[in-house]
Design a protein around this ligand. Structure first.
Ligand code: ATP
Ligand code: MG
Length: 137
C-alpha cells in the first residue's frame, strides 16, 4: 500500500469541513493513518512550498497557509497518491470535476481546501517534514 501526505487547508478548517473532507477520503478507500491539527508560521509554510518560491502567488500562499490551523495527515491506500489527487480535483475549483473535494468545497484557486503530494518522492519529504517516525504506524 502507498502513502501520501495531505493538508486540510485554512479555508476548510475555518468552515469546520475536516469531517466532511475526511469522509471523502474514506469513501474512496483511503485510510487516515496519521493526523494532527497545527498552525504553521509563514516561514514554515514557505519552506513547505519552496518549489513555488518564484511564482507570483508564493507570498499570498504562505500568508494564507499560516493564517489559521491546518490538519496535516498521512493517507494510505492502493495508489494513494494518484487516488488522492483524483478525489481532490483540479487546482482551480472552476475546473474541478463534479463530486471532487475542490468542486464541492474550494473557494478559489488559492484557497482550495486541500493539498496532496504529487509523487512518491515529494510524499516522502512532505510526510517527514510534519511527522516523526514514532507517529507513523
Ligand atoms: P497542492 O500542491 O496544494 O496539492 P496543486 O498541486 O493542485 O495543489 P500547485 O500548482 O502545486 O497546485 O500549487 C500549489 C498551491 O498554490 C495550490 O494548491 C494553490 O493553493 C496555490 N496556487 C496555485 N496556483 C495559484 C494561482 N494562480 N493563484 C493563487 N494561488 C495559487
Ligand atoms: Mg502541488
Amino acid at each position: 500500500l502507498e502513502r501520501t501526505f495531505s493538508i486540510i487547508k485554512p479555508d476548510a478548517t475555518r468552515r469546520n469541513l475536516t469531517g466532511a473532507i475526511n469522509a471523502k477520503f474514506e469513501e474512496a478507500g483511503l485510510r487516515i493513518v496519521a493526523q494532527k491539527r497545527i498552525q504553521m508560521t509563514k516561514e514554515q509554510a514557505g519552506v513547505f512550498y519552496g518549489v513555488h518560491k518564484s511564482r507570483p502567488f508564493y507570498d499570498e500562499l504562505c500568508e494564507f497557509m499560516s493564517s489559521a490551523p491546518v490538519v496535516v495527515q498521512v493517507l494510505e491506500g492502493e495508489n494513494a497518491i494518484s487516488k488522492n489527487r483524483e478525489i481532490m480535483g483540479a487546482t482551480n475549483p472552476a475546473d474541478a470535476a463534479p463530486g471532487t473535494i475542490r468542486a464541492e468545497f474550494a473557494e478559489s484557486v488559492g484557497e482550495n481546501s486541500v493539498h496532496g503530494s504529487d509523487a512518491p518522492e515529494t510524499a516522502a519529504v512532505e510526510i517527514a517534514y510534519f511527522f516523526s517516525g514514532l507517529e507513523l504506524v
